[in-house]
Design a binder for this molecule. Structure first.
Ligand code: SF4
Length: 210
């Protein structure tokens, strides 16, 4: 855990600024986090504990619950003033759970992406039906659920199966190296529960009536 904080601090001092929709700024007293859209905005509600990140991350601008923390709907209007890198790391873990650890592990070559086909093959019970999802359906599903604009900010490291691509999304969506150097990529190494649930709905909705 201490190494994670040190790596994050090293990255910040080397010019790292953006994590998802958050900008992390160095201040005289430590660090300040804001929504990147609010970087130059005054009159923001001030918070001072890393635990405040939890409530800030939970609801969007309309007050709706954010089930997927990497959706591009982080609320605006706040600033979180923190004393040190340890507090920044803990706050970022509330905003984007596990993303710093995955980013560091990916840099060390320790992340093994799981093909979507294999994720579905493991499903049991009410989700077993997702194994009927065709490649064409998977392409449409991923293009809708995982798109950066309105879906999810993560960069996808996995394939559907073998070399089956998702032509409906831009190639940068699948290249961690396409992220600007001052931004930490949020990495997806396996299709999430939301995608599997959406796959179930698609299979059920598009199956011919018995
Ligand atoms: S599968 Fe990955 S990229 Fe797609 S919505 Fe889930 S977390 Fe985001």
């Amino acid at each position: 855990m201490r190494d994670t904080t040190q790596e994050l601090e090293r990255w910040l001092h080397a010019g790292g600024k953006f994590v998802g929709q958050i900008i992390v700024m160095h201040t005289e007293g430590g660090w300040e986090l804001r929504h990147a859209d609010d970087a130059r905005r005054g009159e923001l509600a001030a918070f001072s504990k890393w635990e405040d990140a939890r409530s800030l991350a939970n609801f969007d601008d309309t007050g709706a619950y954010r089930a997927l923390k990497t959706a591009p709907n982080l609320r605006h209007g706040w600033r979180l003033v923190l004393p040190d890198a340890q507090a920044v790391r803990l706050a970022l873990d509330y905003f984007y759970p596990a993303m710093i650890g995955v980013w560091l592990a990916h840099g060390r070559g320790e992340i093994m992406p799981v093909e979507f086909h294999d994720t579905l093959a493991r499903q049991t019970g009410m989700y077993r039906i997702t194994q009927k999802l065709t490649h064409e359906q998977a392409q449409r599903l991923i293009a809708k659920q995982c798109r950066t604009n309105g879906g999810c900010l993560k960069t996808i490291l996995w394939q559907i199966s073998g070399d089956v691509a998702v032509p409906l999304l831009p190639p940068e969506k699948f290249r961690a190296g396409a992220t600007p150097v001052d931004s930490m990529p949020l990495l997806c190494h396996e299709g999430c529960n939301f995608l599997v649930a959406a796959a179930r709905k698609m299979v059920k909705d598009e199956s011919p009536a018995p």
